[in-house]
Design a protein around this ligand. Structure first.
Ligand SMILES: Nc1ncnc2c1ncn2[C@@H]1O[C@H](COP(=O)(O)OP(=O)(O)OP(=O)(O)O)[C@@H](O)[C@H]1O
Length: 234
C-alpha cells in the first residue's frame, strides 16, 4: 500500500474533532475518489495526510507523494522554469531526461510560451496545469489531488484524464477529492464517501449501490441516499 490511514479523531482543536473513525488505503495503480458534501471533511482528510492538521489521533503511513492543491501555490519571484529547476534540485534523477520530460509536458499543456514568466500572472487553469506538470515530473508513488477539474477547459480536462491513466499504468496510486461525480463515476476504481466527518461508505460503485439499495443508481444517486441523515460528529 502507498497510503494506509487510520484516523480515530482529527481536527483543528482538541475539543472539536472534524473527522472521526476514518480508515482506508490506496495501493499501486489505484484511483480512489474522495467524495462528500461541502464541509464534510475531504480537505481535512487530505491535510491530515500532508501533516498540516495539528490534532490527529491515529496512524497514517504514506510513501513519497506529490500534492496538487485546489488553489495552486507558487514560490514568490520564481518563473515557471525556475520552479521546474528547483524541483530538479530536490530529486535524485538524470538531469537530461528530466529536462526533456519537462519540455514535453510544457508542450502538451501549451505552456512553452510562458516558461520564463511568473506563474502568479497565469490564469487559474494555467496555474493548475503548472501544478500538474510539477507533480508528474516528480514521479511519486502517490498523487494526492484536491478537486482537479475546477477551472480547467475541456481540452485540459482531457489531458488531465489521460495523465491520470498514464500515471495509473506507471503504477502510481491516486487519491483525488472531487465534486465532479459524473467524471468520478467513470474513472475511479473505488470511492470514499465522507459526510459530517465520518466515512459513511467505501468501495466500488457496485458496493455503494448495494449499500444505498439503488441497484442501477448513479454515483450521485448513491451519494444522495448515503449522505442523508448522517449524525454530526460534535
Ligand atoms: N483551518 C480550519 N480551522 C477550523 N476549522 C476548519 C478549518 N478548515 C476546515 N474547518 C472545518 O472543518 C470542517 C470540514 O471542512 P473541510 O474543508 O475538510 O471540508 P471539505 O469536505 O473539504 O469541503 P468542501 O467540499 O467545501 O471543500 C468544516 O466544518 C470546516 O468549517
Amino acid at each position: 500500500m502507498f497510503l494506509t490511514l487510520d484516523i480515530k479523531e482529527a481536527g483543528y482543536s482538541i475539543d472539536e474533532p472534524v473527522l472521526k473513525d476514518i480508515q482506508f488505503s490506496v495501493g499501486p495503480g489505484e484511483l480512489v475518489g474522495l467524495i462528500g458534501p461541502n464541509g464534510a471533511g475531504k480537505s481535512t482528510t487530505i491535510k491530515s495526510i500532508l501533516g498540516v492538521v495539528n490534532q490527529v489521533r491515529g496512524d497514517i503511513q504514506v510513501n513519497e507523494y506529490a500534492y496538487i492543491p485546489e488553489r495552486p501555490i507558487f514560490y514568490d519571484g520564481l518563473t515557471l522554469w525556475e520552479h521546474i529547476d528547483f524541483l530538479l534540485s530536490t530529486l535524485q534523477t538524470d538531469e537530461d531526461s528530466f529536462t526533456q520530460r519537462a519540455k514535453r509536458l510544457l508542450d502538451l499543456f501549451q505552456l512553452s510560451r510562458v516558461t520564463h514568466d511568473f506563474p502568479e500572472s497565469f490564469s487559474k487553469g494555467m496555474q493548475q496545469k503548472v501544478m500538474l506538470i510539477l507533480a508528474l515530473l516528480k514521479k511519486p508513488d502517490l498523487h494526492i489531488i484536491d478537486e482537479p477539474f475546477m477551472g480547467l477547459d475541456p481540452r485540459a480536462i482531457k489531458d488531465l484524464l489521460q495523465m491520470i491513466d498514464n500515471e495509473k499504468e506507471r503504477g502510481a496510486g491516486i487519491l483525488m477529492s472531487t465534486h465532479a461525480l459524473d467524471t468520478a463515476e467513470k474513472i475511479c476504481d473505488r470511492f470514499l464517501l465522507i459526510s459530517k466527518g465520518r466515512l459513511v461508505a467505501q468501495g466500488t460503485l457496485g458496493d455503494l449501490r448495494r449499500e444505498s439499495g439503488l441497484n442501477q443508481g448513479s454515483l450521485l444517486d448513491c451519494f444522495d441516499v448515503l449522505t442523508m441523515g448522517e449524525p454530526n460528529v460534535r
